[in-house]
Design a binder for this molecule. Structure first.
Ligand code: ATP
Ligand code: FE
Length: 325
């Protein structure tokens, strides 16, 4: 079995995964959403302190599995440096105490592998990652052959939901709150411009849309917020659809997946499903509980890394807030 630790942002999570079967034997996550909500976003120092409290508590519950552990995996990058360190330090301690090797996992590959929790992998795969820190399209041939074909030039899709929610004082995280509000709203009432509509480049941008929404919020009353939320969600998704359509002209999809926290958005899921219809492409989705950060996805990557002897020595494990991918 492999023990996996995730602390890249505001979720403290630990999982135990069986190597031979991919079975998730244990998974526990303590989210800090309530603590950060009052600030309208994640406060790194507070997050680190809460990880330091939560992770050892969860680890204690894994004691029955200690004898069976063959490796300890941990998210090493990308993420908030001060919170990543909490997980990495604990993983090093486990590695020393149990004399088992370390596996340093890339959090974004973790999101891709959220599709394969308790399952076999399926490659090649075109993946849209929509999370708090990333909006990117990737061609994934295998664990170690991943090419990014488009990414955001500024804010991410999820981040724009968080910022719009903050403008409306809906707390953090904004995605679920905006999605809920949007369900009651009129998607056509506010005619926000689709970002980068007339530029040929395969890239995303959410800062312009965010600013347009800010102006709309400033000029309206709270009873208009549901229509603003609905129109924003519509245009934010349309931007993704528009660029994907462009990409598919030369690269028609066969297997397509949406991953990351914002892939839980049901409106986006529906729009992507429509987009894929003419191609007869298969749509892969993570279970809703595994869209946002968790340790089960890190454990699932680690199983494949373990089988390929992809270990990292104690000295080599480095936390990196950003990675090139
Ligand atoms: P990254 O994975 O890029 O490092 P992260 O780990 O902070 O960033 P995730 O936990 O994968 O991000 O996703 C969190 C983001 O997903 C937040 O921005 C949140 O608002 C967004 N999100 C969650 N649910 C929804 C939803 N239903 N609709 C839109 N966005 C959502
Ligand atoms: Fe994430």
């Amino acid at each position: 079995m492999i023990l996996s630790i995730e602390s890249s942002c505001d979720d403290s999570a630990i999982a135990v995964t069986e190597i031979a079967t991919n079975r998730l034997v244990f998974h526990k996550k303590i989210s800090q959403e309530i603590e950060h909500s009052v600030y309208g976003g994640v406060v790194p120092e507070l997050a680190a302190r809460l990880h330091a409290e939560a992770l050892p508590k969860i680890l204690e519950q894994c004691e029955p599995y200690f004898k069976e552990l063959k490796a300890v995996a941990v998210t090493a990058s990308p993420g908030l440096a001060v919170t990543l360190i909490e997980g990495v330090t604990l993983a090093k301690a486990v590695s020393i105490a149990l004399d088992i090797p370390l596996i340093a996992v890339n959090h974004l590959i973790g999101h891709i592998y959220s599709l394969f929790i308790e399952k076999e992998t399926l490659f090649p795969l075109t993946v849209l990652l929509v999370s708090g820190g990333h909006t990117q399209v990737m061609e994934v041939k295998s664990l170690s052959e991943i090419t990014t074909v488009a990414k955001s030039m500024d804010d991410s899709f999820g981040e724009s939901f968080d910022k719009v929610a903050k403008m409306m004082r809906l707390g953090y995280p904004g995605g679920p709150a905006i999605e809920k509000l949007a369900k009651e709203g009129d998607r056509k009432r506010y005619n926000f411009t689709v970002p980068l509509l007339r530029t040929p480049q395969l890239a995303f941008s959410y800062s312009g849309l965010k600013n347009a929404v800010r102006l709309a919020v400033e000029k309206s009353e709270p009873q208009d917020y549901k229509d603003i939320a609905a129109s924003f969600e519509h245009i934010a998704s349309k931007h993704l659809i528009h660029k994907l359509k462009k990409y598919f002209q030369t690269n028609p999809p066969k297997n397509f997946a949406i991953v990351g926290g914002a892939s839980a958005n049901l409106y986006l899921r529906g729009e992507i499903q429509e987009l894929l219809k003419p191609y007869g492409a298969k749509l892969l989705l993570s279970e809703l509980q595994y869209c946002s950060d968790n340790a089960a996805m890190i454990g699932r990557v680690a199983v494949d890394m373990y089988k390929k002897n992809m270990f990292t020595s104690m000295e080599e494990v480095q936390v990196a807030p950003r990675v090139k991918m």
